[in-house]
Design a protein around this ligand. Sequence first.
Ligand code: SF4
Ligand code: F3S
Length: 86
Amino acid sequence: AYVIAEPCIGVKDSSCVEVCPVDCIHPTPEEPEFETVDQLYIDPDECIDCDACVEACPVDAIFPEDQVPEEWTSFIQKNADYYKQQ
Ligand code: SF4
Ligand code: F3S
């Protein structure tokens, strides 16, 4: 699965949401939670590893799970945890 890391925090550009073919990036700007989260998250169980979101993100916040920079590896769990609490 792909993972959204620190550069998304406070930016929440949401271009990734528009290009994801399986709508596995949340919360979307249409969802009420969008206002309260600090960043968006990819559902690891739904992501099909298509790579479309990587180019869409203006701040390069998205990485394949096995290529997340060392300092941001905690975001792998952070993305997964967002979906566990739903
Ligand atoms: Fe969606 Fe593809 Fe990005 Fe996975 S890699 S979050 S399926 S756009
Ligand atoms: Fe965040 Fe980039 Fe998407 S800033 S909301 S990961 S386009």
